[in-house]
Each structure stands twice: as structure tokens, then as C-alpha cells.
Unconditional design. Structure first.
Length: 362
């Protein structure tokens, strides 16, 4: 290997050489690696990795920037060097690695997203093929520029929780709301939520940019929401129940066993009011959750409250007629409830609360 002949010179340069000479040594070894990269096996790459790793701590930022740009597109670039460049505090060094390098591990990208600043997050947000563990962090930690960039990255995989965080931020950023709404991969139910939470101007822009079939569905959602708002059923139907629940809470009788009793005794309005009170979620949200087609939102409410599975089953069994779950559906719900973390439930709850606040201030 030609690099062996450079080892003695490397030792001298690292120990005693001026910065310019160390940078020149880095350039020479990098060129040597890139010229033969296609022929090197992993042992050869590791040898270069050890040599380059010794030099990058001894050179200035300009040399590291040059190195990062040269290695970013090399498919078998030295892993440790790439990892350290990606974590560099200088974004000009880290950017080409974070944006393009396929040699860096997914967990290292996640670590960068969890610990670095907004410039590093912005570089990650435009990276192709990023998965939901990373996009969840970007959606939670990113500033306005990061979130807009993430929403524009159509190659990024975004989970329901990630979309929920983007939609929540979109209530304060009309540009972001539009970018999220125009993503082809947004789940239909979340697309409806975004539409209902947007200003009238954004609603019209979303409607004008969607396909005719989806536009008709969105228009129906707006009409239904308008009709529900005009009827204002929550205030009309739940006022008495809220009074009873307030007394129970004042007397210290509003707890998990009380929820089970309300569910099993068919006191539906009081059950809705109790869920809203204990979970600190607007009663309109609980009403919509219990009457909806999916069981997942109920699981989120119950996980937020810290309740047991038997309580969850009782609450789901109290839903309006036509929403009964089969044994298979119950098994799937139990599995989802066990996997659901309290942190995720709390995040979704905050999104619901922001939704309610947004409606109340429109």
C-alpha cells in the first residue's frame, strides 16, 4: 500500500509540522484514497480511516471543509472520519456530510439531530431518504426554516406523529401549512385536520392545488365542519354532564374506577365530560374522538391518563352504536396501546389543545 510510505512523514508532521504542512499531508492522503477507493477493501479503508482521523484534529476549518466536500460522495469513505466531520461544530464542515454522505449511520444522524443546532438540522432536513425516527426529531426540534425544508422534502418519510407536529406548527405559519398540505404522502385524516385548522386563505390555496377528487373530499369536510359549528352540539348536550363531573372532581370521586362505572352504566355524556376533565382535553375533541371511526385516539387519551387496559376496553365499548370492535380489532388495539409511549400521547394531546385554541380565536 502506498500509504505505508507516508506514515513516517505523517508522524513528523503531526508532532512538529506547521498547520499548512498538516493540511497538505491531509490533502495528499485524501487524494491517494479517492484515486483508489473503488479498488480498496474494508481493511484498506480502515487504514486510511486511522490516518485521516489523526490529521483532522490538527488542521484548520478550511482543510476540514475541503475534506468533507471530497468525501461526501464517496460510497466507501472512511466511517470514523465521516462520523466526526458530521458532528463538527462548523456547519460548513458538517453540511456536505449531513446532506449527501451515504456512509454515515442512521443512528449518528439521529444523534446529530438530538444534540446540534438549527443549522445542522436544516442540513438534515433536505437529506434524501431520511426515515421517521429522524424526521420525528426534526419536526419536534426544528425552527421555522427547518420545518419548511422538511415539508418540502418529498423523499422524507414522516410518521403520523411527525405530521401532527408539522400541522401544529402550521397553525402559526401559513407557508408551512401550505407546504404540509400539498405533500402527497400526508394521511387523509390529517390532511382534513390541517384543512380545518388553516385560515380561509390557506384553505383556498390548498383546494386550488389539489386533484379534483381530493378537492371534493376537502370541500365536504369543510361543509361538515361548518354544519357542526353552527349546531354547537357540545355546549347543548354536555352542559349538565360537565356540572356533574365538576362535583365528582371536587369531592375527589373522579378517578379511573369512576370512568369504568360511567362507561359500563351507559352514562355517555358524563363519560365524555369526565374524559375531557381528567385528560385536560377540550370536550369537543373527546366528543369527536369517541364518535370517530378509529380506536387510536381513544388509546392516546387513556395512555395519557395512565389507565389500565381493562379501562380502555370499557371506554371503547361505550362508543355510539356501530363502533363495536371485533376480537381481532381488540387484539390489534391492545398491541398498539402497549407500544404507545406516554411521551407520544402527550405530544398528540398538545396538538389537540392547540387545535381547540385555534378554533376559539378564529
Amino acid at each position: 500500500m502506498p500509504i505505508v510510505s507516508l506514515i513516517p512523514e505523517l508522524e513528523e508532521v503531526v508532532q512538529n509540522g506547521p498547520s499548512a504542512r498538516r493540511a497538505e499531508m491531509l490533502r495528499r492522503i485524501t487524494t491517494l484514497f479517492i484515486e483508489g477507493a473503488e479498488l480498496f477493501n474494508e481493511d484498506h479503508v480502515q487504514l486510511f480511516d486511522g490516518v485521516l482521523a489523526r490529521l483532522i484534529d490538527e488542521v484548520d476549518a478550511d482543510a476540514r471543509i475541503h475534506l468533507a466536500h471530497r468525501l461526501a460522495r464517496v460510497t466507501n469513505a472512511p466511517k470514523e472520519v465521516v462520523r466526526r466531520l458530521a458532528r463538527d461544530e462548523q456547519i460548513a464542515v458538517a453540511h456536505p456530510i449531513l446532506r449527501r454522505s451515504q456512509r454515515i449511520e442512521e443512528q449518528d444522524l439521529v444523534d446529530v439531530a438530538q444534540t446540534k443546532g438549527q443549522a445542522h438540522l436544516l442540513a438534515l432536513s433536505g437529506r434524501r431518504g431520511i426515515g421517521s425516527p429522524l424526521t420525528d426529531i426534526l419536526a419536534r426540534r426544528g425552527d421555522q426554516e427547518v420545518l419548511r425544508s422538511l415539508a418540502e422534502n418529498l423523499d422524507a418519510r414522516i410518521s403520523d406523529a411527525g405530521f401532527a407536529a408539522l400541522i401544529e406548527a402550521g397553525t402559526r405559519d401559513a407557508v408551512l401549512a401550505e407546504k404540509v398540505g400539498l405533500r402527497p404522502g400526508i394521511p387523509q385524516r390529517l390532511s382534513r385536520d390541517l384543512l380545518l385548522e388553516s385560515t380561509q386563505d390557506i384553505q383556498q390555496r390548498l383546494l386550488s392545488s389539489t386533484k379534483p377528487q381530493m378537492r371534493a373530499e376537502m370541500e365536504r369536510a369543510l361543509e361538515e365542519a361548518s354544519a357542526r359549528g353552527a349546531a354547537n352540539p357540545a355546549e347543548r348536550e354536555y352542559a349538565a354532564a360537565e356540572g356533574i363531573v365538576s362535583e365528582l372532581r371536587r369531592d375527589g370521586q373522579l378517578h379511573e374506577p369512576a370512568i369504568v362505572e360511567l362507561a359500563r352504566s351507559g352514562q355517555y355524556e358524563q363519560l365524555i365530560a369526565a374524559l375531557a376533565s381528567l385528560c385536560e382535553v377540550p370536550i369537543k375533541v373527546v366528543d369527536r374522538v369517541m364518535a370517530g371511526d378509529r380506536a387510536d385516539p381513544i388509546l392516546i387519551l387513556c395512555k395519557l391518563a395512565g389507565w389500565h387496559w381493562q379501562t380502555v376496553k370499557a371506554v371503547m365499548a361505550a362508543r355510539p352504536e356501530g363502533h363495536a370492535l371485533s376480537r381481532l380489532d381488540l387484539d390489534a388495539a391492545f398491541s398498539n396501546f402497549e407500544r404507545l409511549s406516554p411521551t407520544t400521547a402527550q405530544r398528540v394531546m398538545r396538538f389537540w389543545q392547540v387545535q381547540h385554541w385555534h378554533h376559539a380565536t378564529d
